[in-house]
Design a protein around this ligand. Structure first.
Ligand code: GDP
Length: 396
């Protein structure tokens, strides 16, 4: 079996283990490094060549796509990450960075349980950073923080260790103030960021390194070492000692919830049906055996496969060849293909169970926000997606 086939087999196995899944979004103010980070995470997880990451975007993969007859979706990617001797399936959903795409960001948030908020260390928290925090927290999506472009603080601004630390603390405190203001009441304390537990990391997405306090303790690398590596133009060595993908994906696994954990509190927030009903129980338990419940978060047109709906399976399992009922439009459609992602490629499967991000070909007429269920087991619609794009609270 080739490495690729092994990875695909692993993804198909992990999708049945909701404890081992993390559905996450990476969000940021424009230019703070979201794309660079996403590309380097995928490269680090062995999903694309490291040479391509950073320099060449997925959207430029057209040639490769044509040559190999595969379908690449830049908006959704999945990777397998080893952490403390266990394997995890990490599904990364693209959240458009520009303020005009506020609606899309909200939709993407409906599909995920956790968010990595990227903040540029030079610019600090910007209006769009506040907006993404608001969008995440309103959807009960737990955030962690990555302070990016730290190389610039050292190479351009020539900051000393205590100044670096102060800069990080300032960003961290502002982020925590936003979380305190906007997190759900019962999550305010639990979701507060904490330097010591590793829910905040800092580094350089461009130069491919990242570190947090637990990693500093494990490796013995301190601020002086980091400054030295940057000054000596030796960030490559830093990237080998503390690779961006290891530190960031470790933070994701450790601090962001699995679907199994998250659906317990997220489902009552987005679905006002009876939680004690079979559909309600199935979703709260992330059960693949309960009634089918899928929320469509995006619809795009693919040149090979036609209309592709992407969404989150909250309950049951969606199966190729079966009929689905669209609760909002009262339409029915036969599902032609379902599948999950492998890196940026789509991989067909026979069915996709609760807790996963699914793509569906053949859900004709489905729009973002639509609820899909089985025609025999109709369920109540998911609540509408609210468009949030303007910052309301500003941090002094
Ligand atoms: P996005 O708009 O958030 O997706 O940001 P991009 O990933 O496109 O990055 C914006 C610009 O910042 C690009 O020119 C990147 O090369 C640059 N950049 C991203 N991360 C870093 C970093 O860690 N250090 C430095 N020096 N530049 C970075």
């Amino acid at each position: 079996m080739s490495r690729r086939d092994k990875m695909i087999a692993k993804i198909k196995e992990l999708m049945y283990e909701p404890d081992q899944i993390r559905n996450i979004g990476i969000c940021a103010h424009i230019d703070h490094g979201k794309t660079t980070l996403s590309d380097n995470l995928l490269a680090g997880a062995g999903m694309i060549s490291e040479d391509l990451a950073g320099d060449q975007r997925f959207l430029d993969f057209d040639e490769q796509e044509q040559a190999r007859g595969i379908t690449i979706d830049a908006a959704n990617v999945s990777m397998v990450h080893d952490y403390k001797d266990e394997e995890y399936l990490i599904n990364l959903i693209d959240t458009p960075g520009h303020v005009d795409f506020g609606g899309d960001v909200t939709r993407a948030m409906r599909a995920v349980d956790g968010a990595v908020v990227v903040v540029c260390a030079v610019e600090g928290i910007m209006p769009q950073t506040e907006t993404v925090f608001r969008q995440a927290l309103k959807e009960n999506v737990k955030p962690v923080l990555f302070i990016n472009k730290v190389d610039r603080l050292i190479n351009e601004l020539k900051l000393q260790p205590d100044e670096l630390q102060n800069r990080f603390i300032k960003i961290f405190m502002e982020a925590n103030k936003l979380i305190k203001n906007m997190a759900p009441e019962d999550k305010k304390e639990e979701w507060a960021l904490d330097f010591t537990n590793g829910s905040v990391a800092f580094g350089s997405a461009y130069h491919n390194w990242a570190i947090n306090v637990p990693t500093m303790q494990e490796t013995g690398i301190n601020f002086n070492d980091i400054i030295e590596h940057c000054n000596n133009e030796n960030e490559k060595e830093l990237a080998q000692k503390v690779p961006l993908s290891d530190v960031l994906l470790g933070m994701v696994v450790e601090h962001l919830p699995s679907p199994k954990e998250a659906q317990v509190y997220r489902v009552p927030n987005i679905w006002d049906g009876d939680i004690e009903s079979p559909a309600g129980k199935g979703m709260v338990e992330t059960s693949p055996d309960g009634p089918l419940a899928v929320m469509v978060t995006n619809v795009s047109v693919d040149k090979h496969a036609g209309e592709i709906a992407t969404g989150r399976v909250y309950g049951g399992a969606i199966e190729k060849g079966t009929e689905v009922y669209m609760v909002g439009s009262h339409g029915k459609s036969r599902v032609q293909q379902v599948g999950v992602y492998f890196g940026p490629e789509r991989v067909n499967t026979d069915k996709v169970p609760a807790g996963n991000i699914v793509y569906i070909a053949g859900a004709k007429g489905a729009i973002a926000g639509e609820t899909l269920c089985s025609p025999e087991d109709k369920i109540k619609e998911f609540e509408g997606l609210e468009h949030i794009s303007e910052p309301v609270v500003t941090v002094a």
